[in-house]
Design a protein around this ligand. Structure first.
Ligand code: FUB
Length: 321
């Protein structure tokens, strides 16, 4: 009888421990509906990187502070949807506190899945890119590497003056990471996604000098690459002026050279333009940010719209007004 009672109590205790640990691992989510752009209104978000994993679309963003007077961001967030209307905010996937070697500037991230794991790439301090890993697209992600994947300390010539804004592509089992502000670089990654494979290389965009309409007219920042019908589309911001915007170039090869094509979207009202393009349930979407909600260039908000392609595979420019 005494033994039975002890057994019963231990089961109760185990159950209690299980419930507490479930509560600890289950993050609270916030649900909202898209009615217009910007569609995330309860916090400032920027630099959207949209990815489809299984039957959901996830948007990884950087997070502008409510009172920001510079890009002093401290964490990264993720939002998901099954139908582009009903959205779930899963909270922060990683914060600067989780990274021993980084102190400031949690800027534009990207995420990708390989061999059942999810990898989150993030730039910090305008000089380093890290990678964190998770079993779930909503994190939490862990900096298992414990050091930067890319670091331009004493290597500015090779890695570029500002290695920020990582963007990932896996093609034919080879992973590539594109990055850089003003100077564009690309590097192959090993299958473990946490080591570079070979040298950091320059990526050529031909015809960029013909990008005359814009204040920028050069490679600025925010690379994004995707494949459609055997062609690689490389989108980026061409500067920070009033007429600068997201533009794109195309190639048959992920390592280029790329041929400049033109604008993807009208200029937005913030000096920074940063976006991503992805296909979800047979439609193509452009994600981007603007400063419509705050009228402050350091407090941005994420938007998205459908885009289409013409019969030659060119992007029909998205008109915002
Ligand atoms: O969000 C901080 C920086 O602003 C990003 O890294 C750039 O792409 C620009 O959007």
């Amino acid at each position: 009888m005494k033994l039975l009672k002890i057994k019963k109590n231990s089961y109760l205790l185990l159950g209690l421990i299980f419930l507490i640990s479930c509560q600890k691992t289950q993050k609270e989510t916030f649900k909202f509906t898209k009615t217009e752009n910007p569609f995330i209104k309860h916090m400032y978000t920027a630099d959207p990187s949209a990815r489809v994993f299984k039957d959901k679309l996830y948007v990884y963003t950087s997070h502008d502070e409510d009172t920001a007077t510079y890009f002093n961001m401290i964490d990264w967030h993720v939002f998901s949807t099954e139908n582009m209307v009903d959205w779930e905010d899963h909270g922060a996937v990683l914060t600067l506190d989780d990274i021993k070697w980084a102190k400031k500037w949690a800027w534009a991230p990207d995420a990708i899945s390989r061999n059942g794991k999810y990898y989150f790439y993030y730039p910090v301090e305008r000089s380093k890119i890290g990678v964190a890993i998770s079993d779930s697209p909503t994190g939490p992600f862990t900096d298992k590497l414990g050091k930067p994947l890319i670091d331009n300390t004493n290597q500015i010539e090779k890695i570029g003056p500002e290695p920020i804004d990582p963007a990932l592509l896996i093609h034919n089992n080879q992973a590539y990471m594109y990055f850089g502000c003003r100077e564009l670089r690309v590097v192959k990654l090993k299958e473990n996604m946490m080591e570079i494979d070979g040298d950091v290389m320059k990526l050529e965009i031909k015809g960029i000098e013909n990008d005359k309409q814009n204040d920028g007219g050069f490679y600025g920042e925010g690379p994004w690459i995707f494949e459609r019908e055997g062609k690689f589309y490389f989108m980026y911001s061409n500067g920070w002026g009033k007429k600068s915007t997201l533009v794109y170039a195309m190639s048959d090869n992920p390592l280029g050279p790329f041929e400049f094509i033109g604008e993807v979207v009208d200029p937005v009202n913030s000096p920074t333009s940063h976006g991503s393009i992805t296909k979800f349930k047979n439609e193509w979407y452009l994600f981007y940010h603007n400063k419509t909600l705050s009228n402050n260039k350091y407090r941005r908000s994420v938007c998205f719209d459908k885009i289409t392609f013409d019969s030659n595979g060119k992007i029909n420019k998205l008109k915002l007004n």
